[in-house]
Write a protein that binds this ligand. Structure first.
Ligand code: MG
Length: 385
């Protein structure tokens, strides 16, 4: 896309607010291409393939993982960004990085680690994604982390408590002033929601946790189900499900593009600073689709995320997380050498909270199967240590 075809309020890479460590510009790529490429080459990105979205990795090969989730989010967000003449590459970088700090075992893992870390400043996966790209990745001679641009980091940090915002200087500012990030970051945020609402529905059906008949309680689903039924009366099974899901995604994406374009036209932002200065996001659904999306979300919460089979998985996951944390925190010498050294160093700087953070970094970086393996090596007498 040429510069002149981009909107005036785009996050433009020639006007980036820069990197934490100054680097010369890339020769053949834009700044945001470089960010995206660094994210794809990171260890944390490769681990996403073995991290749970809703279903623990060993439940089946067809379920979404954090990696396929991140790719679906990026694909949806790129369509939206391109339609709105925004920066497609920046959006892609943000989406591919948005879950890099996620713990093993999905939200159950994050909640368990947050609980363990409560006395030591808590654990937020958004903040951990930022910590991963800023500090934890070890790839470059000149700097720690990936040294990404402000714009990518701004997009990764979707939410953040006020307490943490105060310690983040320029990135924390918008949470304190209650302002917005770039439109690209706003798009990545909503695309995340569109992706998981639809793929969790698909995965929930595949797992036999929910059925088409009960999904008809969700108005958006019922409407699309009827439309598909009229067009293809004999369609059934997986093709019927996929035809419905793809139309649902299309429906909400089109609504999002049209509604956002209208709001932007009304607001007439001169540049990205005008976007950032706003108190409310400009990217969003129409009232009707927002309400429909919320209904779908509620249905998934009640029927999928709280299904007894999912709760059994999350219960086990919480037990594994807590056991690992308690053991490593009480006896850091049980950690592999480099993490033990990090724990000692961080404890020297910040006391028990430092030690706890080093343990949280180690556990958050684990894949599902690695966490289960560590649990067995610590607690199963028959396993090698
Ligand atoms: Mg996500």
């Amino acid at each position: 896309m040429t510069d002149s075809s981009l909107a005036p309020y785009v996050a433009h890479d020639s006007r980036t607010r820069g990197r934490r460590y100054v680097e010369s510009p890339p020769a053949f790529r834009s700044e945001f291409q470089r960010d995206r490429d660094r994210i794809i080459h990171s260890n944390a990105f490769r681990r996403l393939v073995y991290k749970t979205q809703v279903f623990v990795n060993h439940e089946g090969d067809l379920y979404r993982t954090r990696l396929t989730h991140s790719i679906e989010v990026a694909q949806i967000a790129r369509t939206i960004a391109r339609a709105l003449r925004l920066n497609e590459t920046l959006v892609e970088a943000i989406c591919l990085a948005h879950d890099l700090g996620h713990t093993p075992f999905g939200h159950a893992g994050q909640d368990a680690l947050n609980e363990c870390m409560r006395p030591y400043g808590g654990f937020e996966h958004n903040l951990q994604s930022l910590r991963t790209v800023d500090e934890l990745e070890e790839r470059y001679a000149e700097f720690p982390g990936l040294n990404l641009t402000f714009e990518t980091r701004e997009g990764i940090l979707k939410h953040c408590s006020l307490n943490n915002a105060r310690q983040l200087s320029e990135l924390g500012e918008r949470f304190i002033k209650r302002q917005q990030p770039s439109l690209e970051a706003q798009i990545a945020n909503v695309a995340d929601e569109i992706a998981y609402n639809n793929h969790d529905l698909d995965d929930g059906l595949r797992a036999g946790l929910i059925y088409l008949d009960e999904l008809r309680e969700v108005p958006l689903f019922a409407r699309v189900h009827d439309t598909v039924g009229r067009a293809h009366p004999s369609l059934s099974g997986r093709r019927l499900v996929h035809e419905i899901v793809r139309r649902m995604i299309n429906h909400v994406v089109v609504d999002l593009i049209e509604t956002t374009a209208m709001r932007v036209r009304e607001a007439r932002p001169a540049d990205i600073d005008a976007i950032r200065a706003r108190g409310q996001p400009l990217v969003g659904f129409s009232d009707q689709v927002a309400a429909e999306h919320l209904e779908l979300k509620r249905f998934l919460r009640d029927r999928v995320y709280r299904h007894y089979r999912v709760l059994r998985m999350t219960n086990k996951a919480q037990h594994v997380m807590k056991s690992l944390f308690d053991s490593f925190f009480a006896r850091p010498e049980l950690l592999p050498t480099e993490h033990h050294l990090a724990a000692r160093q961080m404890e020297a700087q910040a006391g028990e909270a430092g030690r706890a953070r080093a343990v949280a970094d180690y556990i958050a970086g684990m894949t599902d199967r690695y966490a289960i393996g560590e649990y067995e090596r610590l607690f199963d007498p028959a396993k090698r240590s």
